[in-house]
Design a protein around this ligand. Structure first.
Ligand code: ITT
Length: 193
């Protein structure tokens, strides 16, 4: 079975990635010991590279997969973007701050972005992709599923809030699902063992 280190400390990402990849013979493991990457990139891909590289220091597996993601609002010139996790202290405060920033904005268009980067144990970047999920920022929270900004994100293709989707539905349509599916296609095409 292929073992890949997931360069994350976000348990929601781990759960979603395991569900999306459930039909693949891959064991995702978490970095052992301290995992505290400095995310000083200018964009999602650069930050994903920082995380993958940091995890690769353990040398435990052949591959290290990082996910850098966030929510970009058109009316806010792409904010909170790469600062989504740091926009305010708690998930609830982040949602309230965004609802306030979007108050009275007519343009509610937004997208979730997920950049995924794989590097090997020498720290060489070998696969990168960035995928999106289009939607709108709702005026109030809806649903109880998912995490982060899901309760205020309306998924255009599903005609429902992201937090109203089941775990399986989110695993079909999310930015993370689209990015991981590219990763999984690459793994298959490279016949990685
Ligand atoms: P790691 O860096 O350890 O992976 P993190 O949560 O800090 O964990 P990011 O820097 O990539 O990860 O920030 C992602 C933030 O974007 C996350 O904390 C959420 O606030 C938001 N986000 C990303 N994907 C999301 C999703 O599927 N649903 C809701 N919010 C999401």
């Amino acid at each position: 079975m292929l073992k890949i280190t997931l360069a994350t400390s976000n348990p929601h990402k781990v759960e979603e990635i395991n569900l999306i990849a459930k039909n693949y013979d891959i064991e995702f493991i978490l970095p052992k010991g301290e995992f505290d990457p400095v995310e000083d990139g200018k964009n999602f891909i650069e930050n994903a590279r920082c995380k993958a590289l940091c995890a690769s220091k353990s040398g435990e597996t052949q591959f290290y997969l990082a996910d850098d993601s966030g929510l970009c609002c058109e009316a806010l010139n792409g904010a909170p973007g790469i600062y989504s996790a740091r926009y305010a202290k708690t998930p609830k405060e982040r949602i309230n701050k965004l609802l306030l920033a979007m108050d009275k904005k007519e343009n509610r268009n937004a997208k979730f972005v997920c950049a995924m980067v794989i590097c090997d144990r020498e720290g060489k970047f070998i696969f990168e992709t960035e995928q999106t999920c289009q939607g709108l920022i709702m005026k109030e929270e809806k649903g109880t599923g998912g995490f982060g900004y899901d309760p205020i994100f309306f998924v255009t293709s599903q005609n429902k809030g992201m937090a109203e989707l089941s775990k399986e539905e989110k695993a079909q349509v999310s930015h993370r699902a689209k990015a991981l599916n590219k990763v999984l296609e690459w793994i298959k095409s490279e016949k990685v063992k």
